[in-house]
Design a protein around this ligand. Sequence first.
Ligand code: MTE
Ligand code: MO
Length: 325
Amino acid sequence: MALAVLLCAALVTGLLAFATGNGWALWVVGAHGVAGLAIVLIIPWKSTVVRRGMGRSRPGRGASVLLAAMTFVALTSGFMFSTGLVLRYGPLNAMQVHVGSAVVAIAVALVHVWQRPVRPRAVDLERRNLLRAGALAGTAIAAYAGLEGAMRLLRLPGERRRDTGSHERGSFDPAAMPVVSWFDDKIPNVDGWLLTVKAGGGLRTWTIAELGEFADHVTATLDCTSGWYATQEWTGVRIDRLLGTLAGESILVTSATGYRRRYPIGDAPRLLLATGVGGNPLSPGHGAPARLVAPGRRGFWWVKWVTEISVEERPWWVQAPFPLT
Ligand SMILES: Nc1nc2c(c(=O)[nH]1)N[C@H]1C(S)=C(S)[C@@H](COP(=O)(O)O)O[C@H]1N2
Ligand SMILES: [Mo]
């Protein structure tokens, strides 16, 4: 029962960690780490149950073994990522292995709980068990703090990770910054590129040269959920200048590839449509001729190869929490 609760806690905090750019990141990511360590701490108790179960042959053993294996992979890849000890596994990065194994583990856990049901009982909430849960949480928090301290003592790369858990890659050196897609977007052909802006019932198009007349700039950190971040000096034009009117609920920003995200209208002054980075024009991989810079938001909000910006009546939260393509 405790494992089921902890698995849910790990899932929820993991999803939240992907959605959080700043502010709460330290607490959300910390809670995720504590949930993982609590799972490790109850392995001795679970292994007694496992040993008993393995003696009998029952259906569902395959699922049990797969669940154990995937949990092991998710825990170790998470630990290796946090400490910065292993950030790649052949063609995959640490976060792909971590999230991939966790998704399989969650799916198999549902099968496992269905095959080996444990009914919640009133005694689960008795004083003794609540004290045990508290002791487990306290020990896991202490273990997390201990690991942070050990990372500092041993000078592991993890000591320098950001609140989101991301490791630094290529700050103030755009050429060294990774080129990343959320899923499978490829660099599109942007010959004859024009930006279409729809706001207040009007429509206007902008050429690259016209956008180049603006000189807004911001120093902002791109923090990709795949586990790296880079701070750069971005130049371009503030979205509120392009829109003119802010009469509407949300701003929809669309890429030449069809990739799109929707933002609250109040974000307009903070959103920059960047045409340059580090004093140079954007490279094709980083979104040329224009890409969004969304300070404080995770990388998947930083739409590249932007072709259209429109103000709409639909609230910003009417969209999937994470891009679907
Ligand atoms: N059109 C488009 N924009 C996109 C993406 C994408 O797949 N398609 N990926 C996003 C993600 S997940 C990240 S982390 C950043 C990466 O930007 P970079 O390649 O300049 O480092 O772009 C974002 N913008
Ligand atoms: Mo990303």
